[in-house]
Design a binder for this molecule. Sequence first.
Ligand SMILES: Nc1nc2c(ncn2[C@@H]2O[C@H](COP(=O)(O)OP(=O)(O)OP(=O)(O)O)[C@@H](O)[C@H]2O)c(=O)[nH]1
Ligand SMILES: [Mg+2]
Length: 364
Amino acid sequence: MAETDKTNQSALHVMSGIKSQHDGIGTASVKKFSKRKPLVIDQEEYICEIRKGSRLHLAKAITFIESTVTDQQTIGQQLLKSLLPFTGSSIRIGITGVPGAGKSTFIESFGKMLVDKGFKVAVLAIDPSSSVTGGSILGDKTRMEELAKHPNAFIRPSPSAGTLGGVHKKSRETMLLCEAAGYDVIFVETVGVGQSETIVRGMVDFFLLLALTGAGDELQGMKKGIMELADAIIVNKTDGTNEKLAKKTVAEYKQILHFLAPSTPNWITPALAVSSLYKTGLNAVWETILQFQSKMMSNQVWQNRRKDQTIDWFKTMIVNKLYDDFFSSMEKKQSMKQLEQLVREEKVTVSQAVEELFSSNSKE
Ligand SMILES: Nc1nc2c(ncn2[C@@H]2O[C@H](COP(=O)(O)OP(=O)(O)OP(=O)(O)O)[C@@H](O)[C@H]2O)c(=O)[nH]1
Ligand SMILES: [Mg+2]
């Protein structure tokens, strides 16, 4: 209750900032040249509320981080900077698997088990439906209904626009905000397209591959590369008529894993059977993650991996910025379109066009 009251106050606070962009009064000439008022929020209040666990403030801070509007982005970055000292203490878990493997159901059951143990759980997922429906978040929210209702859980589906191979560009920063808000376990669910597995592996401590039975074919078809990214392979839907086959699949995975390079040094990637629907085998998965954490913290692999991940992220951000800056400056010019036409007509080669583009860009 108290949270809702506070949240209402703060919602008004933000809204008045945004509203001020449109409330210019005075003569038309003044209006014409007056600058849009920058968005202002009470940062101290945000930081304090996020640290206290206000999910609404956290959600708004994430919206700032994900925004493509410059002053909102700036606010997001300022909040993140102030909250950075409070980050780093969660377990970051990535989850991948083919569509329908049961990732959302697994997170719902596993997350529910963790909140019942007293942990705070955050879930970051890309909502593939949103680009079609213009922002629907219902798909995964309804599948994580029980977890979503729990006061110690926070579920954030991000629109698939702004994604990098199926992972939101800002997922990493969102994860840090969740940590500052006191979440102990953070799940990042991938939609399993393109580069998403590698990107998520690059931002989490523990990477889970959710697999299905029907092993023979699936094992044949499954890319060795994805198995080599996993810290555990979980065979889901080990229930009902599928149970026997699922257990056989686990045994097959164990055999195959012997021949693969482990994702994390000094760790033998296990294969485990669970039923997300009937909530069996989940404790064993949690025990595995805790064992992994304790081992990797004592040999420094955990700490070093996080540092390496931050540097990789830094490099990725540089590339993204160069890319965005280049194309946004190019869009303002005709040269790119003209060159495109010349390439289409085969009047210049692609390499020549690129050279031309860069030389004209650097002259300005
Ligand atoms: N029998 C059984 N069915 C399950 C289990 N886990 C998930 N399912 C069912 O499998 C279907 C797909 O589950 P989801 O959790 O939506 O799978 P997902 O991997 O998140 O799917 P996408 O988000 O579309 O990639 C649903 O109908 C679930 O009810 C399980 O342990 N046992
Ligand atoms: Mg899902």
